[in-house]
Design a protein around this ligand. Structure first.
Ligand SMILES: *Cc1c(COP(=O)(O)O)cnc(C)c1O
Length: 392
């Protein structure tokens, strides 16, 4: 995550002094307009809409693409619960798909879970690990499905040259404190489609019809909610966007150095990656759960067993597994054309992989030499007795 500091503080001060804090209503361009233009240019995408969170971005993206009651949407077994909950928020039901050793959706399992009711695939680029977008977009094309990307945990990361979140029909990003661009809370929707953009904007702003200056590409307006971002978020985003690529370069450099060292160990194997040339996320796989546990216990600094981050594992999404909505009459499971089963075996393969996998922090805010030293220790190599300072 990029650090937040003095420059964000000064940028917010400017917004407060200007008196223009709300999304709409001021004269000319505001910080949010400037951010959306700069993000669209950097990411090579036609339209960007800032919203109040990544969850708001996912819900707006799903609403924009017309997903609704009776539809099934494929989501991975390993993701933040918001991915699956967003599908329910638009009245559709999530169908859980296994991950493979890349920690992202397994295209073979996607193919197995497609039914006549499937409307969209929702691949999640987890922990800066990119999905197999070629296989996913091919499957989507063959089966007439939409691809809605959850790029919340991989803002700025590339898959074969393209930034994730801009490859499918529509993409969602989060700018929450623990994501690559950090403004506390925030999100964005990106799409090449005029229609999806206009619909996402209508959904995110219930008052859209009163904002005569917006071009809606002839889309009839429908009622929405309020997921609007404030200009304070916009001011922070402009500063953070400038920090994104330098941070990704630091991650890439550390990934190269550390993965080279770790690949020399015979205690584990490096996790595979859907685009090794651009990889910035690092994980290792063990033969057994016990070995992964022992490794995580031995290397407390920057290492954890993925299964222990249990909130990201589908077997812990209790209200979804128990199909409980805020109101019984507003329960999408009651509108589904076929029962969706969430049995204990629904993601056995994912659980097996997650239990044997440890994620390793890339330490982008620490010196590369320190990260190389830690990697040598993890790999069990003899290292010269030298102390490194933790100062950046
Ligand atoms: C963080 C996250 C979200 C939701 O983002 P918020 O900004 O917290 O609402 C969605 N999906 C994934 C994979 C995430 O990590």
């Amino acid at each position: 995550m990029a650090k937040v500091g003095l420059r964000e503080w000064l940028a917010i001060g400017g917004v407060i002094a200007s008196g223009r804090l709300a999304r709409y209503g001021g004269p000319g361009e505001g910080p949010l307009d400037r951010f959306e233009k700069a993000f669209a240019e950097k990411f090579g995408v036609k339209h960007v809409l800032t919203v109040s969170s990544g969850t708001g971005a996912l819900i707006s993206a799903l609403a924009a693409s017309g997903v609704g009651p009776g539809d099934e949407v494929l989501v991975p077994a390993y993701t933040w619960i918001a991915t699956a909950a967003s599908v329910l928020a638009v009245g559709a039901v999530p169908v859980i798909v296994d991950i493979d050793e890349t920690l992202t959706m397994d295209p073979e399992d996607i193919a197995r879970r497609i039914t006549p009711r499937t409307r969209a695939i929702l691949p999640v680029h987890m922990a800066n690990m990119v999905c197999d977008m070629e296989a996913i977009t091919t499957l989507a094309r063959q089966n007439g499905l939409m691809v809605i990307e959850d790029a919340c945990q991989a803002v700025g990361v590339r898959y074969r040259g393209q930034r994730v979140g801009t490859i499918g029909d529509i993409g969602a990003f989060s700018f929450n404190q623990f994501k690559n661009i950090n403004i506390g809370e925030g999100g964005a929707v990106a799409s090449q489609s005029d229609r999806f953009f206009a619909r996402a904007r209508m959904y995110h702003d219930v008052g859209e019809l009163f904002r005569g200056h917006l071009d809606n590409y002839n889309e009839p307006s429908f009622f929405g909610v309020n997921f609007k971002a404030s200009q304070i978020q916009g001011a922070m985003l402009n500063v953070q966007l400038g920090k994104l690529d330098p941070m990704l370069r630091r991650m890439r450099r550390r990934h190269q150095v550390m993965s080279h060292i770790l690949s020399g160990s015979d205690a584990f194997r490096l996790g595979s990656h859907n685009d090794p040339q651009n990889a910035v996320g690092l994980h290792v796989l063990f033969e057994t759960e016990g070995e992964a546990k022992a490794f995580a216990a031995r290397n407390r600094r920057g290492v954890y067993r993925v299964f222990d981050s249990s909130r990201h594992v589908c077997t812990h999404w209790t209200p979804i597994l128990e199909k409980r909505a805020f109101h019984p009459a507003m329960n999408p499971y009651g509108w589904a054309s076929a029962d969706v089963e969430y049995g204990p075996d629904m993601c056995a393969r994912s659980l097996d992989i997650l239990k044997r996998t440890c994620r390793i922090s890339i330490g982008e805010n620490y010196p590369t030499a320190l990260m190389a030293y830690l990697a040598r220790r993890m790999a069990g190599r003899k290292t010269p007795e030298r102390r490194f300072s933790y100062a950046a």
